[in-house]
Design a protein around this ligand. Structure first.
Ligand SMILES: Cc1cc2nc3c(=O)[nH]c(=O)nc-3n(C[C@H](O)[C@H](O)[C@H](O)COP(=O)(O)O)c2cc1C
Length: 511
């Protein structure tokens, strides 16, 4: 497949639009596409002499690089028209190239793609002059378009997580196009603005040093404009908060008032803060540029957080890029569920103590049904180990082994599994709690891993000592209630776990 890209941006490879075009080419796996920078080709304007029609058919009188481009256009199977929107049209150089196609009888079997970014907040209505022009060239509906507003955001490193999410959609569009056509849902996602109009306009104003209502933008003061841009990304959640930023390396302090309606940055007349972030400006802007993860920076104590830490736990949700819709394979990926691990154990702890024969049978049935649950939930190695152990213990009971030994022994084995589970790179509980912290991404977060290591070890320790009183109590009248008695401590541990998950990072953040 011969793919020719006509890059109409005078910025060559620094073009915003070419970000989209490259993502599309990657998605379509057209890695050997030829790219022509129209600006560098110095294509002169058409003279309108019609010599190419009536005297030298197919040959233009102007002797410049266009003859070579025409040959490439003829040879290509797919032509990608990549350009920025200039005054509701195509840039002049590209228009020259379009005009100079006059000597051609355009081969009708070629496929055409039109990819363009523009500066306004939406592409809607902006291409009203461009679309009819391409309709005339290729016929209405005979070509594919990707028009993207807020194009200048592709050069803002601080917004990379959002623009990357958009480029991922473009990449998917490329793959779908190569496989037959871009799906309507993908088209819809491509047409959605990167940021809501209000946020975009605030950010754009801040980048030009134009004050927004209520804000005091100062041209040339990066830290203030940066803070205003960050505030513009805020998605209100109905809670009023005041976030104070103290940039320790440049000695500047700002407050962002987060209200139910939006956000506002103030530089004096400060109010009592809800959350205060003490950070070098260089660190916070590096986090915004995705050069370092916020969690890593916190773990390395590069910044401190005072006051309410909850805001930090929800930072991505409140200030981050809107989550791109996930490709189907990730969407349908099974999640882990800790109940799958606990269920067979709880069954034998409670049922065997009440009635050995019934309990042993229940243990075997539940252990045997765990593989069925793996059709719905993603299996974790500790569940795979548990199934034969629980089945073995249940069988032992049915063959007459002392239930006192089996029940206490089962707590000991469970405790050992958890204690050992605290040592691997990904501790046991992390496999389950990652579901709430961005799945596999959480495994790269040292704070997440260390919280889970501590929790797994604490739970392991609890179950290692449980057999001691279990063994003693099972010789008394409490024996049938042992399952119930042993649920009290884990319930308290559960409360401790949810408290610890919040307390530990907050304590760390206070420095
Ligand atoms: C001369 C000129 C005219 C422009 N006209 C428009 C316009 O009519 N509508 C718009 O939304 N953006 C307009 N823009 C903004 C560009 O389309 C936008 O910055 C685009 O993302 C640049 O893409 P590029 O980096 O691929 O060249 C214009 C920019 C320039 C320099």
């Amino acid at each position: 497949m011969k793919v020719l890209v006509l890059n109409g941006s005078p910025k060559s490879e620094r073009s915003n639009t070419m970000n989209l075009t490259h993502a599309f080419l990657n998605g379509a796996e057209w890695t050997d596409a030829e790219i022509i920078d129209v600006e560098k080709a110095h294509v002169k304007g058409c003279l309108g002499c019609f010599v190419c029609w009536n005297q030298t058919p197919g040959k233009c009188v102007i002797n410049d690089g266009m003859a070579e481009i025409l040959a490439k256009i003829i040879a290509a199977d797919v032509i990608v028209w990549s350009f920025p929107l200039y005054y509701f049209g195509v840039p002049g150089e590209m228009k020259n190239l379009i005009d100079r196609q006059l000597p051609l009888n355009l081969p009708s079997q070629q496929k055409h793609l039109v990819i363009s970014t523009c500066g306004f907040w939406t592409a809607k209505g902006n291409y009203d002059a461009v679309i009819p022009m391409f309709d005339h060239f290729f016929g209405n509906g005979n070509y594919t378009t990707i028009f993207c507003g807020q194009g200048e955001l592709f050069r803002v490193p601080e917004l990379k997580s959002r623009t990357d999410a958009y480029l991922e959609i473009v990449r998917r569009a490329g793959a779908e196009y190569a496989g037959g056509g871009i799906h309507p849902e993908t088209q819809e996602e491509l047409a959605a603005p990167l940021y809501p109009r209000g946020s975009f306009e605030k950010m754009a104003n801040a980048s030009w040093g134009i004050p927004n209502d209520g804000d005091v933008g100062i041209p040339g003061d990066n830290s203030l404009n940066f803070t205003i841009q960050m505030a513009a990304l805020y998605r209100p959640d109905g809670v009023e908060r005041i976030v104070e930023f103290q940039y320790t390396d440049i000695g500047k302090t700002y407050q962002i008032l987060l209200t139910k309606q939006g956000s506002e940055v103030i530089t004096d007349g400060f109010k009592p803060y809800t959350t205060r972030i003490e950070t070098p400006y260089s660190v916070w802007s590096a986090i915004a540029r995705n050069e370092i993860s916020g969690q890593d920076a916190l773990f390395q104590r590069l910044y401190k957080v005072l006051g309410d830490f909850n805001l930090m736990l929800r930072w991505d949700e409140l200030f981050g890029a809107p989550a791109p819709s996930k490709p189907n394979d990730i969407k349908s990926r099974r999640k882990t569920n800790m109940m799958v691990l606990l269920m067979p154990w709880i069954a034998i702890w409670t049922a065997i103590a009440i009635n050995p024969a019934v309990g042993g049978t229940i243990g075997i049935v539940i252990a045997a049904s765990v593989p069925l649950l793996w059709l719905v939930f993603r299996p974790v190695v500790y569940e795979q180990i548990s199934v034969p152990i629980v089945a073995g213990l249940s069988l032992a009971v049915l063959f007459g082994t002392d239930i006192r030994l089996v029940v206490s022994g089962s707590y000991l084995i469970f405790g050992l599994i958890w204690t050992i589970g605290a040592f691997p790179k990904i501790p046991l509980t992390a496999h389950y709690s990652a579901v709430n912290y961005g799945e596999e991404k959480a495994f790269d977060n040292p704070l997440f891993i260390s919280i889970n290591r501590i929790l797994t070890a604490a739970w392991g320790g609890l179950y290692l000592v449980t057999p001691i009183w279990t063994y003693m109590l099972m010789d008394t009248g409490f024996s049938p209630y042992i399952g119930l008695i042993n649920s009290v401590l884990p319930a308290l541990m559960g409360i401790f776990t949810s408290w610890f998950q919040k307390w530990y990072p907050a304590r760390w953040a206070r420095g």
